[in-house]
Design a protein around this ligand. Structure first.
Ligand code: GLU
Length: 444
């Protein structure tokens, strides 16, 4: 990595770096509220409703284990730069710790903590036998060469391998990490412990990854759309979709909902946003992005570039925030004109924005349910690895569909019974299940 690459990543304003949403426009791109504040707010709301006593709450709030390691990397001028790597294991009452690893210059311990606790609730809400964890390295992945990313990944695994294992903690992809990153992790762990495919999920198909894992988060999100749409009188043909952050989650969601008959009318990446009233071909756009194209450079009939603010204000039935946390906040929530907001990203909506959208009558399908498809298929990958067996994609998708739809049925029944938002009902469900497991084990 060139010296200037590191400097620009670590010295620039924290609210300007490498994000998945467009950066033009007048409202701030991302809220000043941290992911930790967002997740804590929703947790306390549900814990209040469940009357969770303070001493027990303190256990659920804090993490079981937090590991921070230094990752020194030699720059092209020969000097060392130290990155920080984190792995936070939040709660393991329901099974081995599980969660992704993100590479982003803004990653810090607080953010990883918040994201680890989201994984605890996500695995509990979907009923898969895992606890919650998250990892991260504060590296500007887009400024790194492949060789540098490989070196950083291997060094991270060497330093945290003692807390990992197929029955202890199983990493997976997250922001700026992918199947290639998981292959390096598996290989490095294998050098230390022998070939162990079940140590990470989200691996390439050629290295015991699962069919359907790459598309799983987007696919799971669309299953929930299908469950919620009839209550709003929506059919795919009458659904216009806007996707903020056309990465893995956003682009798969757009392609799969598009195949059902919905129309993609707007999309963004960190370079800018586009719209088309007639519709954007989600497959062609995904191919453009995969080849390294910037979204505003996408050329097609009727497609025009717009600002980040204009993207938020596009009239649509479904808005999918699939970029980073805190992108929907107090200063921009009111401009959103959708019937349903389905959270592809983790903690994209601040508490103030959540209130504004609920007051406007928007149905919010929260992150802890909406984007759980990824970890559900990670669970399938782990099961297949432990059995040394492989399921075909139809089987993976059918099982994913069943789990996602069941989670929605349980949470929406609770929402109706208690007359609370889906998010509160989802957190309540997750917290109850974790508490039950922790108490039954005798942990608390
Ligand atoms: N990073 C994804 C998430 O936030 C997937 C985690 C996993 O598969 O373990 O849910």
């Amino acid at each position: 990595m060139a010296d200037s690459g590191v400097k620009s990543a670590t010295d620039e304003s924290p609210r300007a770096a490498n994000r998945g949403g467009a950066t033009q426009g007048s409202a701030p791109v991302r809220a000043e509220v941290s992911n930790y504040d967002i997740v804590s707010h929703y947790f306390e709301l549900a814990a209040d409703r469940l009357d969770v006593p303070d001493d027990v709450r303190a256990v659920l709030r804090s993490a079981y284990r937090e590991v921070q390691v230094q990752i020194p990397i030699e720059l092209s001028d020969g000097r060392l730069h130290v990155f920080s790597g984190y792995r936070v294991q939040h709660n393991g009452a329901r099974g081995p710790y599980k969660g992704g690893v993100r590479y982003h210059p803004e990653v810090d311990l607080d953010e990883v903590r918040a994201l680890a606790s989201l994984m605890t609730w996500k695995t509990a809400i979907t009923g898969i036998p895992f606890g919650g964890a998250k990892g991260g390295i504060n590296v500007p992945a887009s400024d790194c060469t492949t060789a540098e990313l490989q070196q950083i990944t291997r060094s991270f695994i060497d330093k945290i391998d003692k807390v990992l294992g197929p029955t202890r903690d199983i990493p997976a992809p997250d922001v700026n990490t992918n199947a290639q990153t998981m292959a390096w992790m598996m290989d490095e762990y294998g050098k230390l412990h022998g070939h162990t495919p079940a140590i990470v999920t989200g691996k390439p198909i050629s290295l015991e990854g699962s069919f359907g894992r790459e598309a799983a988060t987007g696919r799971g999100l669309v299953y929930l759309y299908e469950e919620a749409a009839p209550d709003l009188g929506l059919t795919p043909e009458s659904t216009r979709v806007v996707v903020q952050g056309y990465g893995n989650v956003g682009s798969w969601a757009a392609r799969i909902i598009g195949d059902l008959g919905a129309t993609l009318v707007g999309a963004s990446d960190q370079h800018g946003a586009i719209r088309s009233e007639r519709g954007i071909d989600p497959h062609a756009l995904a191919a453009h992005a995969k080849e390294g194209g910037r979204l505003p450079d996408f050329q097609a009939d009727g497609v025009e570039p717009i600002s980040a603010d204009e993207l938020l204000a596009l009239e649509c039935e479904v808005f999918v925030p699939a970029a980073l946390g805190g992108m929907i906040h107090e200063a921009n929530a009111d401009s959103i004109r959708c019937r349903m907001l389905i959270e592809g990203a983790n903690s994209p909506t601040t508490p103030a924005a959540d209130r504004i959208l609920l007051d406007k009558g928007v149905t919010i399908i929260p992150d802890v349910m909406a984007n759980a498809g990824g970890v559900v298929v990670s669970y399938f990958e782990w099961v297949q690895n432990l059995q040394h067996f492989r399921w075909d994609e139809d089987e993976v998708n059918a099982r994913l569909s069943k789990i996602m739809r069941q989670a929605y049925a349980e949470v929406s029944a609770r929402q109706a019974e208690e007359d609370t938002p889906l998010r509160v009902a989802a957190y309540e469900t997750g917290i109850e299940r974790v508490l039950d497991a922790a108490r039954t084990r005798g942990y608390i």
